[in-house]
Design a protein around this ligand. Structure first.
Ligand code: 1CP
Length: 367
């Protein structure tokens, strides 16, 4: 224990189930590993109970609560990985922006970036230990408390997705304010994307130092861009993040698999499979077989059941999973949803999903 009573990032319990890490590297496994985006979420009554009446970002700043929320889904389901409870918007906060979680509305920036001059308001060099140390503490604590059951995934928002929130001020159907910058202020856009990339690299390295065993980069708003804008404003930064993080980790003798999830970026699949990530995450609009063909066995794939399939009867979920497994094959594959779980989903459906992935894949691998 350190002076302030927080546990240090060393002497972690030994990992017992490395199926997820092996699949990420394309190695053989006994079953296909499975986890769900937003597995720590409001669909769980115990999550709603823990979060009741508490401010969302105060929750993110409490390592003990983040640890508890991360572990909750593991007590119910035999997931093969856990993802640290946090949010992508802690980075704009660390850069000096105010972000609030407004009930019924989602994340809201009271004072978003409007014009390029507003970039001066941002903290370009962020001391990640000082500003985001609470996330690192949550990761270290969770790595200890997870007792080596499964690996712990750290994550970040990608530069374009974070930029889009910082300009738009919150969620949006069109993200037209953010896209206006790309067309009207391309230089300032690149300046902002570069600033974000630099912070993200430090942030991810800090997460690994704290104990994260894999990293996922969420480019949730890739689909708002067309193929040309994706090439210019998203892909180069996604590549840079993976390259810089991997180079630095290599120097430290570490190797942590990285996942890129660029939602709705069909047109970018070939490029994403050659951008230094071990795993490409897919949304549900991509056919598994064609994703395999287009990525040519260069990467492992993750995804991509439509989250709404959780509204189907359990037997149907099992059939959908079987087809998905047949489409992806069992090697170099991590089963997941094509996006996060919704709050009104039945935890029993999640149980049926995990069980179906394990059972069907075990049979397929034995054959
Ligand atoms: O009070 C609550 O419970 C609010 C709901 C919630 C939760 C559970 C938010 C607000 N964030 C989170 C946690 C969260 N966010 C996780 C936890 C780990 C897990 O998956 O179990 C993760 C990985 C995120 C990442 C995140 N936040 C993304 C990327 C993934 C995605 O969904 O595409 C995005 C876009 C956000 C922003 C955000 N935070 C919360 C909401 C409702 C949103 C989306 C707002 C919008 O654009 O409409």
């Amino acid at each position: 224990m350190s002076k302030d009573g927080l546990i240090l990032p060393k002497d972690f319990p030994q990992l017992q189930n490395d199926t997820f890490l092996r699949a990420a590297r394309g190695e053989e496994t006994e079953h296909v590993p499975v986890w769900c985006m937003r597995q720590a979420g409001r669909y769980l009554p115990e999550f709603r109970e823990s979060r009741a009446g508490k401010d969302f970002f105060d929750t993110c700043r409490s390592p003990e609560t983040c640890c508890e929320l991360t572990l909750q889904p593991l007590r119910r389901f035999p997931f093969d990985a856990a993802i640290i409870f946090s949010d992508i918007l802690v980075i704009p906060q660390a850069m000096g922006m105010d972000v609030q979680m407004v009930a019924g509305k989602g994340p809201t920036f009271p004072d978003p970036l409007k014009e390029p001059e507003d970039l001066q308001r941002l903290q370009a060099k962020v001391d990640v230990d000082k500003e985001l140390g609470y996330v690192f503490k949550a990761i270290t604590l969770t790595r200890h408390k997870i007792e080596g059951k499964v690996p712990l995934i750290g994550f970040t928002g990608a530069p374009w997705t974070l930029m889009s929130y910082m300009i738009e001020g919150g969620g949006s159907r069109t993200f037209s304010k953010a896209k206006r910058w790309l067309y009207r202020h391309p230089e300032a856009s690149h300046m902002l994307l570069r600033m974000l990339t630099d912070v993200i690299v430090e942030y991810l390295l800090g997460q690994v130092a704290a104990g994260a065993q894999a990293l996922q980069v969420f480019e949730s708003h890739a689909g708002i861009l067309g193929p040309v804008e994706f090439q210019e404003f998203s892909l180069p930064y996604l590549r840079d993040i993976a390259r810089c993080v991997k180079d630095k980790l290599k120097e430290a003798g570490k190797d942590v698999p990285m996942i890129v999830f660029a939602k709705d970026a069909h047109y970018g699949l070939e490029d994403l499979s050659q951008s230094h990530y071990e795993v490409v995450g897919l949304d549900w609009t991509i056919d598994p077989r064609s994703a395999r063909e287009r990525t040519g066995g260069k990467v492992s794939l993750q995804g991509n059941m439509d989250p709404c399939a959780f509204y189907a009867p359990k037997e149907r979920i099992s059939d959908i999973v079987k087809k998905m497994l047949e489409g992806f094959g069992t090697r170099g594959y991590i089963a997941n949803l094509g996006h996060g779980l919704y709050p009104d989903m039945d935890p029993e459906s999640v149980g049926a999903f995990v069980e179906a992935v394990h059972q069907h894949s075990k049979q397929m691998i034995k054959q």
